[in-house]
Design a protein around this ligand. Sequence first.
Ligand SMILES: Cc1cc2nc3c(=O)[nH]c(=O)nc-3n(C[C@H](O)[C@H](O)[C@H](O)COP(=O)(O)OP(=O)(O)OC[C@H]3O[C@@H](n4cnc5c(N)ncnc54)[C@H](O)[C@@H]3O)c2cc1C
Length: 249
Amino acid sequence: MEAARVLAERGHRVTLCEKSGSLGGNLIPGSVPHFKRYDRALVKWYQRQLELLNVEVEMNCEITADNISNYKPDEIITATGSKPIQSKFGSETFVTTADDILLGKAEAGKNVVVIGGGLVGCETALWLAQNGSKVTVIEMLKDILGGHGALPHMNHDMLVDLLAFQKVDIYTSSTVKSIEGGKVTAETPEGECSFTADTVISAIGYRENHALFNELKDMDIPVHNIGDSQKVHNIMYSIWNSYELAREL
Ligand SMILES: Cc1cc2nc3c(=O)[nH]c(=O)nc-3n(C[C@H](O)[C@H](O)[C@H](O)COP(=O)(O)OP(=O)(O)OC[C@H]3O[C@@H](n4cnc5c(N)ncnc54)[C@H](O)[C@@H]3O)c2cc1C
């Protein structure tokens, strides 16, 4: 959306193709909790700017190596984002992703274990605790949220305080060993611990979704890969990265 906005402002004719029915990508699950409502406002702002700039937006339009030539583009930008990293953790079917929980595609029970204490795991844990679940976070590193410095300090400290206020149990330097019979067993610094869980949420990170870029990159037309599909990061980096490209083209 940022690349389309800047390119349109600079006088290019831009078509933005989105495979789903909504613009916003990962900002959609990301902005579900009330405390993330300003991310939703950002998506609305972009939508409005694209309307004002007459950017042609095609929804439910998945670009593939077969249909891209229909657009006769002079330049192609892939901004296909990222996908949650999936891990089997045994064969239990009650492991779901934070995205599915946030989007309402899966429901969280009373006792929830979140595997992964990064930003997505911690925000999902906080949101579920605010909605009445008893939540435990298991993080393999020695600090949640990537430690001090990974996030802006005020965001880090606020999240840590809110998680404590909502009585979310946090186990760091801990690794999940098994998920069986409604229990998650983890190796923690205090030894092996078992946690009752109706729902287990995997929030162990995201991986670049650059399959489309790889398919298109050897075409005669220049192809540029931006945002999370280039490197999984955050909103700020995706916007900077897109702006930098769009002002050069
Ligand atoms: C739950 C969650 C919470 C987050 N919270 C924060 C936060 O608080 N702060 C922060 O800075 N960052 C946060 N992030 C990260 C942030 O959302 C991403 O860094 C950002 O959305 C990346 O933008 P993007 O446009 O590169 O990719 P995405 O947002 O992933 O968008 C990619 C889009 O491409 C579409 N697409 C994919 N393939 C095709 C195709 N072939 N044809 C057409 N369309 C296609 C997808 O449907 C999607 O709409 C969060 C992420 C998640 C998942």
